[in-house]
Design a protein around this ligand. Structure first.
Ligand code: ADP
Ligand code: ZN
Length: 709
């Protein structure tokens, strides 16, 4: 019987478990109830799929996302695992067929919607089936405290009464304590083992940018990543329409997606996005919940999100296959005040909590220390070292003397009698001709135009820091006007110093970093080119089968192939995500594409022009057999051997033991030493009475030649 690790390798094509997966699987197999908290993309599914395959019987997976079930089941089938789903999207006949398969015990996994599961008839049918596990996905839906309560979930408590001997595993990406307790209680889990994984997703880079000229920045960002798909989250429908139109005008395949659109249109967009026919979706938060696309490679937040939980869940949709992914958050202080006003207007008993969550979100956006540390600390985790994969780590703040800057701003605040908000303050500092300034006479104050040397963005950046330093504060109950604090007075009267991070320096450095990143090594260019070729192949295969491309291979698998350029079946099997089934279905096609490419371009982009011998050698080094090289190149086997012999004589590192045994070498050597010079290979062959073939003799003689030196 296959052990869990062997199942992981054989079916899923992964070499090792991620942290905690092994422990969770073992705990399930031992028959315990389990509660699993893992971030989106952390790898929850494998935790129940492997026990489902390992144990006798069928695992019932409860999932609220009907739209997802088909994809999940397709993905399992692509791995050669027997799985089906049953829900209201199917007609009677289809449901019957699946129930039959269930009764026959041929299914490893059956996905069901909670409604279907708790319907009377179905529960009774299940009692006659050998069930090995109940997996409750998105288990937070059971809690009315959670953000996604589903009343049907509360009926799942029946499971532990009706099937007291069957273990239950509840899985979720929402970690807060109340929800956790609620899940355990409502599902009536028996002393569950609780597994809480790190919420870190190190492959997603984190970045926050001041939100000026957002559209321009976004267009540039997308243009620089022509083959990478992503999601832009906007707060309003209007924004989604705006951004998608502007991207379309620039020739980008982008669409908007929001709750105001008809269901059919939304489903269509989702489908096109899954199939890689649509590069960008500009969406309100409604999008993404039901999508399991593993190759979303970036997420942009057009505005400051309302809380860190939501933000983190959204960026979590990028890089699910583990390949490098990016997230960019645009924010401005105005975003914050708009949201805050909105929350205050719709006052409810939770308003205070919501506002404090919004504040934490702003703090995250404005932080000048490792962003991942700040983020993880929000979820109660301590990151030991700076992450190296956020904008702050890559481009640490460069501080400048900020006393005079601060004094200019605060003096303007005082001279305008603490009656203005941030934007007007900046306009005054920059000497703008805005009508309001003249109407209110602010053009006559001493600090009018005193800050012209800094751009609007720079001032936004400075003032945020001045606020964070406690030198002034915002009166949210008075139209967000700025008021001086005691500490601010100290600065104004010269009794306090101030260091400010410089936006200009940050941007300058950013440009340098970007320019450096653009200089690609030749090896990288070649890998990129091959990746595109493989992506094309994958797209054609996916179209022919009518499945999303990532069902065939994830981007991560293709990246791995383009980097390592496997040419043999063994080498191909060690590619991430290459299970036996996929090798069987697609292995050859991809091997051929890689082979073709390597022959045309040579290894690592050094196109081998001069020597036909080197081409053979190149292929030989990639582990291709002599027969295959000959076939591939349309030459005879003995020509290829000749190439290798020549190179061996010239000192190339060729292991000839695979062509010639030690014993054979000795025999040839013996015969050759007795030959009269000059002699031909044919003479040796005849002297050996045809017992050792020509190729071996050639290698033996080459070896003798080398030994002499
Ligand atoms: P979640 O349900 O937690 O959001 P998934 O179960 O969809 O995450 O897993 C996310 C991705 O990680 C999938 O592409 C999955 O195949 C991959 N994955 C899971 N476990 C491993 C592993 N041990 N090694 C490599 N990739 C893995
Ligand atoms: Zn960092």
């Amino acid at each position: 019987m296959l052990q869990p690790l062997e199942i992981l390798q054989k079916y899923f094509g992964y070499k090792s478990f991620r942290p905690q997966q092994k422990e969770i699987i073992e705990s399930i197999i031992s028959g315990k109830d389990n509660l699993v908290l893992m971030p989106t993309g952390g790898g929850k599914s494998i935790c129940y799929q492997i026990p489902a395959i390992f144990m006798k019987g069928t695992c019932i997976v409860v999932s609220p996302l009907i739209s997802l079930m088909k994809d999940q089941v397709d993905a399992l089938k692509a791995h050669g695992i027997s799985a089906e789903f049953i829900n209201s999207s199917q007609n009677h006949h289809e449901q019957n067929k699946i129930e039959q398969a269930l009764n026959q015990g041929t299914l490893n996994l059956l996905y069901v919607s909670p409604e279907k599961l708790v319907s009377d008839g179905f529960m009774n049918k299940l009692e006659r089936v050998d069930i090995n596990l109940f997996a409750i996905d998105e288990a937070h839906c059971i809690s009315s405290w959670g953000h996604d309560f589903r009343p049907e979930y509360t009926k799942l408590a029946q499971l532990k009464t009706k099937f007291s001997h069957v273990p239950v595993v509840a899985l979720t990406a929402t970690a807060d304590k109340i929800t956790r307790r609620d899940i355990t209680k409502q599902l009536a889990l028996k002393e569950p083992q609780v597994f809480i994984s790190s919420f870190d997703r190190p492959n997603i880079s984190l970045e926050a940018r001041p939100g000026q000229k957002r559209i321009e920045q976004i267009i540039q960002f997308v243009k620089e990543r022509p083959n990478k798909s992503g999601i832009i989250y906007c707060l309003s429908r209007k924004n989604t329409e705006d951004v998608s139109q502007k991207l379309q005008k620039k020739g980008v395949k982008a669409m908007c997606y929001h709750a105001g659109m008809p269901d059919g249109a939304r489903a269509g967009i989702q489908e096109e996005f899954l199939k890689d026919n649509l590069q960008v979706v500009c969406a309100t938060i409604a999008f993404g919940m039901g999508i399991d696309k593993s190759n979303v490679s970036w997420i942009i937040h057009y505005n400051l999100p309302q809380n860190v939980e939501g933000y983190y869940q959204e960026i979590g949709r990028a890089g699910r296959d583990g390949s490098p992914a990016e997230s960019v958050l645009f924010y401005s202080f105005r975003d914050y005040t708009v949201l805050r006003d909105l929350l205050s207007k719709n006052a409810s008993k939770n308003t205070e909590v919501k506002i404090s969550k919004l504040e934490r979100m702003l703090q995250f956006a404005e932080t000048q220390s490792c962003r991942r540390k700040v983020l993880l600390s929000y979820f109660g985790e301590d990151l030991a070292t700076d992450c190296g994969n956020c904008d702050v780590c890559k481009n640490p703040p460069q501080y400048i003397e900020g006393k005079i800057i601060g004094q200019k701003a605060l003096s303007a605040v005082v001279r305008m009698k603490e009656k203005v908000g941030i934007n007007l303050l900046i306009d005054v500092l920059r000497g703008s001709g805005r009508r309001e300034i003249f109407e209110r006479g602010y053009n006559t104050i001493k600090t009018y135009g005193a800050g012209r040397e800094h751009t609007n963005s720079e001032w936004q950046y400075f003032i945020q820091q001045i606020i964070n330093n406690g030198l002034c504060e915002i009166a949210y109950d008075q139209n967000n006007i700025i008021k001086l604090t005691e500490a601010g007075k100290e600065l104004l009267y010269g009794n306090r110093s101030l260091q400010l991070a410089s936006l200009a320096k940050k941007l300058e450095r950013q440009k340098e970093i970007k320019a450096a990143a653009k200089v690609k090594t030749k090896t990288q260019t070649i890998a990129d080119e091959l990746f595109e070729k493989l992506r094309g192949l994958r797209r054609r295969l996916a179209q022919a089968k009518g499945v999303p491309p990532y069902i065939i291979f994830t981007d991560k698998s293709l990246l791995d192939m383009s980097k390592n350029k496997p040419l043999t079946e063994e080498a191909m099997m060690s590619i991430q995500g290459m299970g036996e089934r996929k090798m069987h279905l697609y292995g050859d096609k991809f091997l051929n594409a890689i082979k073709e490419y390597v022959i045309e371009k040579g290894r690592d982009g050094q196109k081998i022009t001069g020597s036909t011998q080197l081409i053979s050698f190149d292929l030989y080094q990639r582990g291709i057999s002599i027969e295959d090289i000959a076939k591939e190149r349309g030459l005879t086997k003995s020509t290829i051997i000749n190439h290798l012999v020549h190179l061996f004589e010239a000192g190339e590192n060729i292991d000839i033991s695979q062509f010639l045994s030690e014993k054979e070498y000795k025999i040839v050597k013996q015969v050759v030493s007795q030959m009269q010079t000059p002699f031909k290979i044919k003479d040796v062959f005849e002297a050996l009475e045809g017992n050792i073939d020509y190729d071996k003799i050639r290698f033996a003689m080459a070896q003798m030649g080398r030994s002499k030196i």
